[in-house]
Design a protein around this ligand. Sequence first.
Ligand code: NDP
Length: 309
Amino acid sequence: MPEADPGGGSGTARLIDGKAAAARIRAEVARQAAALAARHGLVPGLAVVLVGEDPASQVYVRNKVRQTGETGMRSFETRLPATVSQARLLDEVARLNADPAVHGILVQLPLPKHVEEAAITDAIAPAKDVDGFSIVNTGLLAARGAGMIPCTPLGCLLLLKETRPALAGLNALVVGRSNIVGKPMLQLLLREHCTVTVAHSRTRNLADECRRADILVAAIGKPRMIRGDWIRPGATVIDVGINRVRVDTPEGPREKLVGDVDFDAAVRVAGAITPVPGGVGPMTIACLLRNTITAACAQHGVDPGGLSG
Ligand code: NDP
């Protein structure tokens, strides 16, 4: 039997605190990095490649580099101009693949239009592909439930498991079918034995699909699109969306981050829900750091589980 709803649908959903969960993951990563250094003389290294001047990408890369250092790992940064050729970018990936100090490689997306993203992500050695976007890791997840798991869906899954330890048999709806969120999320929920539906822009009656879902993961990119009266009472809602909207305040207009779910309405119906910001967002980088430890351990034949004691 599916587990009863966790928050009761009693009027105010439990808030799923992604900030606190991410801090716990980072603390565990720091412990594991220290143990790797002390017992194996190994400092995990994460290489981040940034192409062009996209302001959002620059912020993401800065945060990734900072948090890598804070957890006792080494970071390597390559910055290339937006005009860089695909061949030059492939050379850089090949160089990082061959560098033994680099255990994880991340090429910040999106890339300029003249570069074929798949050619770059597929060129990253699967063992170092800490974003899990290469065709090898995509296939491993789909066929065997294994490989390097993309960071945002992994973060969603960890939050879900903390909230509802018994996921088997629950109806899960993933809204969005992107390669970086929706599709890997589908695979992870299937791996947990959920009954999974994936909705997208051609889905005929999204509201009805939502009303059947014990677990709803929204990864759409449309501010507050999922309405409160679409949510099944007591459902667990994971809002991946990060949308910048303009709001009017007594001090004048300002920008605010909102999710793909109408939080103020959904919080009255759901059993548990992630806020935006402070829900899925902080989990993504924490899971990237976790994947870097996993990659370093796998490349050196170390059991990551044995590092925590
Ligand atoms: P994409 O644009 O790649 O995918 C969006 C998906 O939503 C598509 O599958 C699209 O369908 C679907 N969609 C669009 N409109 C509708 C609609 N009206 N009804 C149902 N489905 C619809 O986005 P991403 O997956 O990259 O990102 C989704 C959101 O998550 C964004 O807000 C992004 O900023 C955020 N994000 C947050 C991260 C984090 O760290 N928290 C990390 C990554 C993303 P179709 O395929 O038919 O076009």
